[in-house]
Design a protein around this ligand. Structure first.
Ligand code: NDP
Length: 246
């Protein structure tokens, strides 16, 4: 039996792109969504769009690099809706650059958001899920978590790490506590992700990526598919890219 109605789902990076579409898709199908990101105005607008359709959403301004803020996010979801069924650790940044440009701050930010943010999400929800003896952690990696290209060394490193962490979580939790773990690895998707690239050589090449990119709603549907499976079915990983992406 497909099962998504009334599931309480925390979504990080819900203020734009894949996270925003995922929140709308899951809410439309009956989930109670808890939106998290830093831009409050965007979160408010998305909450309103969801509620205007008669669906359920709340939000909490959250920086995923802070474990305290992530714990408080999980606590808010639990207090408001009584349980935490799913977290979609989606928040991420992709300031691609060549290593010789030595963009040390961007390396650190990617590691903080893309890796530590996911770990903070897992750490925040795991006590609730273990108590409930069920739960589902969906982590957003990338095709860049499967192969590395010039300019993506650090970003790919973070996305390989997301896959490793998710697989480790699955192996640790699946047997004893019925907690599922899913990796979603998108290819080129039309979002704000490339806006933060400061390396001009790489920025010049992003036009080609944008040309082939598909809409974030396709990833939202993929995430929904993983979440709505019967509890004995674990989707471990899905790679979803534009048909024309090599
Ligand atoms: P967007 O730039 O549209 O969304 C990124 C989201 O992350 C925003 O909502 C942003 O919100 C949030 N975010 C960034 N930093 C933080 C932070 N410190 N704390 C909380 N939230 C944060 O891009 P996408 O939708 O494309 O990205 C979503 C995920 O998908 C990322 O993990 C990305 O790596 C992955 N991905 C995307 C692909 C693509 O082609 N678009 C391909 C493969 C993977 P705010 O600024 O309000 O905090």
């Amino acid at each position: 039996m497909l099962n998504i109605k009334d599931k309480v789902v925390i979504i990080t990076g819900a203020s734009s792109g894949i996270g925003e579409e995922t929140a709308k898709e899951l809410a439309q199908n009956g989930a109670k969504v808890v939106l998290a990101a830093r831009r409050e105005n965007r979160l408010k607008e998305i909450q309103k769009v969801i509620e205007d359709k008669g669906n359920t959403a709340t939000y909490k301004v959250t920086d995923v690099t802070s474990f305290d803020e992530m714990e408080s996010l999980a606590q808010t979801a639990h207090e408001k809706f009584g349980k935490v069924d799913v977290i979609v650790n989606n928040a991420g940044l992709m300031p691609l650059s060549f290593l010789n440009k030595r963009k040390i701050n961007e390396w650190n930010t990617m590691i903080d958001v893309n890796i530590k943010g996911v770990l903070n999400g897992i750490g925040a929800v795991l006590p609730y899920m273990r108590e409930q003896k069920e739960g589902h952690v969906v982590n957003i990696s990338s095709v860049a978590g499967h192969s590395v290209g010039p300019g993506s060394a650090v970003y790919s490193g973070t996305k390989f790490a997301v896959r490793a962490i998710t697989e480790g979580l699955r192996k640790e939790e699946s047997a004893s506590s019925n907690i599922r773990a899913t990796i979603i690895s998108p290819g080129a998707i039309e979002t704000e992700l490339t806006d933060h690239i400061t390396d001009e050589d790489i920025r010049a090449a992003t036009g080609e990526i944008k040309k082939m990119a598909i809409e974030p709603e396709h990833i939202a549907r993929t995430i929904r598919f993983a979440i709505e499976q019967p509890e004995e079915v674990g989707i471990n990983e899905m790679v979803v890219r534009p048909t024309v992406q090599g």
